[in-house]
Design a protein around this ligand. Structure first.
Ligand SMILES: Cc1cc2nc3c(=O)[nH]c(=O)nc-3n(C[C@H](O)[C@H](O)[C@H](O)COP(=O)(O)OP(=O)(O)OC[C@H]3O[C@@H](n4cnc5c(N)ncnc54)[C@H](O)[C@@H]3O)c2cc1C
Length: 441
């Protein structure tokens, strides 16, 4: 009679599914794929992954490296390769409307893999592509069809929430992390809502991603109603940035993600029809929660990809570089370092994929879960990029090799979209279950 193992081996793999009990005749020689220990992907997701990967390799990596060397002004100047990137990215057709045509059960994988591949290509350009989606994403979330009818998705998007006097506190609309003696103080930007109009005055911080090139903003700011100004009950407004009264500051010079333009936006009595109000003051906290859950998960994908790029460079270098007569990969400490780098990439990917799956298949996303993903992936990206620099030895700190740039790109991510320490405090407050704190007696 055929043994159970032989019977299993005789069956085609598709018929048997996972095969945990195969006899080991030889030393295992298993290679992980570019996405690590990835189970087979759905055909549609696999095709998307391959085409975005090709784009990241052929377009994003070389353009990202070139833009990194330019001044912030040169990055946004006419004729800069930033525009070539944007044109080529537009051809991929990744819009909210296109994404809505994918089967919903594939969306979590599509979202996480798309942003991992873009982050692998260039973290700054990936964030630029990600924030592009946010105005229409928020319009879709809050059922505002006017935005889709009036403003094409091709417009360059941005998200303006932080202000010169409000960074961390602007991401904490319910005041959960405020110091007990703290007050919000004066907002730098206010939307006055009255008589069927929204009138915006003030400014957003120099940190608005895509700010200098954006054409459409999703603006989060304090609201002034008949009851006065209450910064905890703000407004979320779609603002076409060609409107009368909008102006912009100079693009900011920063340490990493230099392909991502960053800059202030000023509003001088910018008057818009009330249709532009996406979220009214009574729902402001929901509005902050909605965008932050999305943005933090997006960051998880991008910085998984950024860490993976650093790991792959280190892996290749460890096989090429010889010291003491052997490739450095033969030195046990180098192999051990690579192991921990790969482990961290795999962990970032796993947590991001789990969070996008959980959040997209639930009626309401868990912000604290999105924060798990952002904090883990960005912290790992910094650690993996730092290990890559170390593995390259002296070459690691020169601009001749790619890991120096990736290290700088990764560093900003611990601050971007909320400092990791703030996200951890805020995430912790979301984990308080009042029911468990009730006295049992
Ligand atoms: C690359 C990049 C891209 C960005 N993109 C955007 C964008 O697209 N749109 C946008 O609006 N903004 C953007 N930002 C701004 C970003 O969200 C803020 O920089 C971030 O929220 C921190 O605010 P801050 O810089 O004002 O720091 P602050 O809030 O001044 O914090 C300074 C330090 O104090 C600590 N701290 C502050 N409050 C507390 C507290 N309650 N408890 C404990 N510690 C505290 C912080 O952790 C931090 O270490 C971006 C920033 C970067 C770096």
């Amino acid at each position: 009679m055929m043994s159970q193992v032989a019977a299993l081996e005789a069956l085609p793999v598709e018929a048997t599914g996972p095969r945990p009990f195969i006899r080991w005749d030889e030393n295992p020689k298993v290679r992980l794929g570019s996405l690590g220990a990835e189970p087979p992907l759905d055909d549609l997701v696999a095709q998307l992954q391959q085409s975005v990967h090709g784009f990241a390799e052929k377009v994003m990596q070389p353009i990202g490296r070139n833009l990194d060397r330019l001044s912030a002004e040169e990055v946004i100047a006419p004729g800069s390769q930033l525009w070539a990137f944007r044109e080529a990215y537009a051809e991929l057709g990744i819009t909210m409307e296109a994404l809505a045509t994918f089967p919903p059960n594939l969306m979590p994988d599509i979202f996480a893999i798309l942003f991992e591949e873009l982050g692998w290509g260039d973290a700054g350009l990936a964030i630029s592509a990600g924030v592009d989606l946010l105005p229409h994403y928020m319009a879709a979330k809050f059922g505002n069809e006017f935005v889709f009818k009036t403003y094409p998705e091709e417009l360059i998007g941005c998200w303006g929430i932080t202000e010169p006097d409000h960074g961390s506190d602007s991401l904490d609309a319910n005041g959960a992390i405020f110091h007990p003696q703290g007050t919000y103080g004066r907002p730098n930007c206010v939307a006055k809502i009255s008589d069927g109009k929204v009138i915006i005055s003030g400014q957003k911080s120099a940190w608005v991603s895509n700010g200098p090139i954006a054409e459409l903003a999703i603006l989060y700011c304090a609201a002034e109603t008949k009851a006065g100004i209450d910064s905890s009950r703000g407004a979320v407004v779609i603002v076409p940035l060609k409107s009368l009264g909008v102006s912009k500051g100079k693009p900011l010079e920063k340490m990493g993600q230099r392909a991502l333009p960053q800059g202030e936006i000023f509003f001088d009595n910018v008057e818009l029809d009330i249709d532009h109000l996406i979220v009214a003051p009574e729902d402001y906290k929901k509005g902050v929660y909605a965008i932050h859950s999305e943005a933090n998960a997006l960051m998880g994908g991008v910085f998984t990809g950024c860490a993976r790029a650093a790991y792959e460079h280190a892996f290749a270098y460890a096989h090429e570089r010889k010291q003491g007569g052997v490739p450095i990969i033969r030195h046990q400490d180098v192999a051990k370092r690579l192991f921990h780098m790969a482990r961290k990439v795999e962990l970032s990917r796993a947590i991001t994929r789990r969070v996008t799956t959980f959040n997209m298949l639930n009626d309401m996303p868990a912000l604290q879960a999105a924060m798990f993903s952002k904090v883990t992936a960005t912290q790992h990206a910094l650690e993996v990029a730092s290990d890559a620099v170390q593995m390259f030895g002296g070459n690691g700190v020169t601009r001749e090799y790619p890991v120096e740039k990736i290290f700088r790109d990764a560093r900003s991510s611990l601050i971007e979209d909320g400092c990791n320490e703030i996200l951890s405090i805020k995430g912790g407050t979301l984990m308080v279950d009042p029911d468990l704190l009730k006295p049992t007696a």
